[in-house]
Design a protein around this ligand. Structure first.
Ligand code: ASP
Ligand code: CP
Length: 310
């Protein structure tokens, strides 16, 4: 790989290779196995033009676990505040000899713009409503740990689908690997265009993508439920009604009806009491939300090693 910008367009074999590398990195991410040295002498630049807790810190941790060094640039205190563009910023950072640039930004397609402007590898850490490819790796890796494989499994992704780069990347990954994805939410927040993702995946996996607007029907027969935060910063607030929790929230009453093996995912940050109730988020049997975070370090190690490891 030259860059890691999208899951869309990746083959089943390519995704599986990164997932296997992720799986092997989990014991290091947990601090149970010794760190590696594959990024020894390399400097990675984290350019985060949108807020982040998990993604930014896990990229940093992944670099440390691989023996490299990392620095962070955020808008506050940078020359972005003087009007410098995303691409000019990245070009200047590249000239400091960094091995790779990790970028998060509010512009859909912004990671590709950066990749087109620099020669070093670029990793998309979430660009607007477009994609969040390392999140998809960690989501699927968490499910593979649970079920052995996602092939033939049914995953409901619930909430603000239209504005979610997490949903887009996860849908590509899951359907390419042969899972059945149900995208669930109010019609104002579920774009039917997502169903077209199946066309790309159909030839390799036998996954399907469907859209639904009734959560209780959508939860019948699922293996996993991924809840999403309403993207208020992307003006989604106007698209939800006051009964959102009642219609689309994952409540203890709802999970009581699920089969015992069903697990709950959420990319974080959670808006407790809106899309997910406390008792669900913290359910010791079903919640894999914090486990996802550990897989996030491993997934970022896998991608960094693939792109710039020695
Ligand atoms: N953290 C994820 C993202 O940046 C999900 C979210 O913010 O709701 O896309
Ligand atoms: N899941 C995720 O991307 O979280 P952050 O926005 O905190 O990085």
């Amino acid at each position: 790989m030259a860059d890691f910008l999208t899951i869309a367009g990746m083959s089943r074999a390519e995704i599986s290779r990164l997932l296997e590398a992720t799986r092997k990195s989990v014991p290091i991410a947990e601090g149970r196995s010794p760190n590696r040295t594959s990024l020894n002498g390399r400097v990675i630049a984290n350019l985060f033009f949108e807020d982040s807790t998990r993604t930014r810190c896990s990229f940093e941790t992944a670099v440390h676990r691989l023996g490299g060094q990392v620095f962070n640039l955020t808008p506050s205190g940078s020359s972005l505040n003087k009007g410098e563009s995303l691409v000019d910023t990245a070009r200047n950072i590249e000239c400091m000899g960094v091995a790779a640039i990790v970028v998060r930004c509010a512009v859909s397609g912004g990671a590709k713009m950066v990749a087109d402007g620099v020669k070093c590898p670029v990793i998309n850490a979430g660009d607007g409503r477009h994609e969040h490819p390392t999140q998809a790796l960690l989501d699927v890796s968490t499910l593979i740990e649970e079920f052995g494989s996602v092939e033939g499994r049914t995953v409901a992704i619930v909430g603000d689908i239209t504005n979610s780069r997490v949903a887009r990347s996860a849908t590509h990954a899951l359907s390419t690997l042969g899972a059945h994805v149900r995208l669930v939410g109010p019609p104002t927040l579920v774009s039917k265009a997502f169903e077209r993702i199946t066309k790309g995946a159909g030839s390799q996996g036998q996954g399907t993508v469907s859209t639904m607007s009734n959560l209780d029907s959508a939860l019948e027969g699922v293996d996993a439920v991924m809840m999403l935060r309403v993207q208020f910063e992307r003006a989604a607030g106007g698209a939800i009604s006051s009964d959102y929790r009642q219609m689309f929230g994952l409540t203890p009453e709802r999970i009581a009806k699920l089969a015992p093996h069903v697990v709950i995912l959420h990319p974080g940050p959670m808006n407790r009491g809106i899309e997910i109730d406390d008792k669900v988020a913290d359910d010791p049997q079903r919640s894999r939300i914090l486990r996802q975070v550990t897989h996030g370090v491993a997934a970022r190690m896998a991608v960094l090693e693939d792109l710039v490891g020695v």
